[in-house]
Design a protein around this ligand. Sequence first.
Ligand SMILES: *Cc1c(COP(=O)(O)O)cnc(C)c1O
Length: 411
Amino acid sequence: MNEPTDFSARLESALAGTHALIDLDAYAGNVRAMRALIGDDVELMAVVKANAYGHGLVPCARTALEAGADWIVVARIEEGLLLRQYGIDGRILVIGPPNRALLGTAITAGFAVATGTAACLHDISQKARELNRRAHVHLKLETGLHRYGIEREKALALAQAILDDPLLTLEGVYTHCAGADEIADEFVQTQRERFESTLAEFQAAGIEVPYAHFANSAAALRGIIPPVPGSQAAVRTGYALYGLSPSAEVPVPSSFRPVLTLKSRIARIFTLPVGEGVSYGRTYRAERPTRCATLPLGYGDGISRHLSNTGWALVNGVRCPIAGRVAMDLTVIEVEHAPNAAEGDEVTLISDGSDGAMTVDEVAALCGTIGYETVTALSARLPRVYLRGGEPVAASDLRGLVEDHAHDDET
Ligand SMILES: *Cc1c(COP(=O)(O)O)cnc(C)c1O
């Protein structure tokens, strides 16, 4: 428990410089919108891997559970451990191959772990025996993504091995889509058939599978949620819950809202003399005396160097182009068309786009990547301020997360 003064100091330092605003009401609204979309018969697994896609692991996981998510999904055991450290005791599933050196901690923490190989299952079994603790296992099926998963012809034997082990529980079977965000690619239907036929084999062999989960955000938004007889269906959705669209073809409905806004503050205003250049390599040159502003923001915060000379920041409602190369800690913008810009002014780099700032999709397009990478790249150094009802309720930076416990009594 931290003193409220810790919180206000942390908040003040975040707001005084570059920071991300994380609208937890928007996030909660997206969780509820996803719930409405999938219906009450399907369980909702909120994926918060990679620091909640850059949005802040602990506040997002907490909010997801409050908003009605049934599970929290992480990729690494350490991510789950951090959640437990902050008192989050909901159901946690670790997808992604579990780190064998951390299996014991994962079992002790009560995580469900995924396995897609016999060797990994062997490790889980051995650890469970060593600790004399029950381990919950979700079997990952290979249906066509070809990264991690047990081949279908070997799946039945592996499931049987789990059932035969007195300390293991087969809690779920799942698979992952290779291209549900592309409507023209019908491979998702092939994967669905492979998934369903394998589970039918399980059923014929008398193997009970409590949970069968197939869909990611794109599949869930398209309603591709195969019901499996005898199993509880669930979706593992991440990206859409941050209010972002898996692809242009599979957008989130208008009931979803982007969660993240990225702000900075002008550290210096200066006039670049004719012929002089800005930043490394001087790739931007002044053809006339040009007013510029320096922002304490760079690729060290997760703002891609690919935005050099292409991206923009919004200053008092005016789009101001990035001038020269984005560096590790500093980025310069041209403020010729924002004559009132002054040192200390707040600027917006990323928003939902309604104000004219870059959207996550626009940043991604300028960087030749997808929005998933753009938000996930936001680094641990970038301070984040978490809002509820428009009020800051938590703040995080390199030093960790501080939650404002003054709000606890109100809820
Ligand atoms: C990341 C991931 C998801 C979530 O995908 P989104 O597109 O973010 O919804 C689901 N399942 C697995 C196995 C994943 O790795």
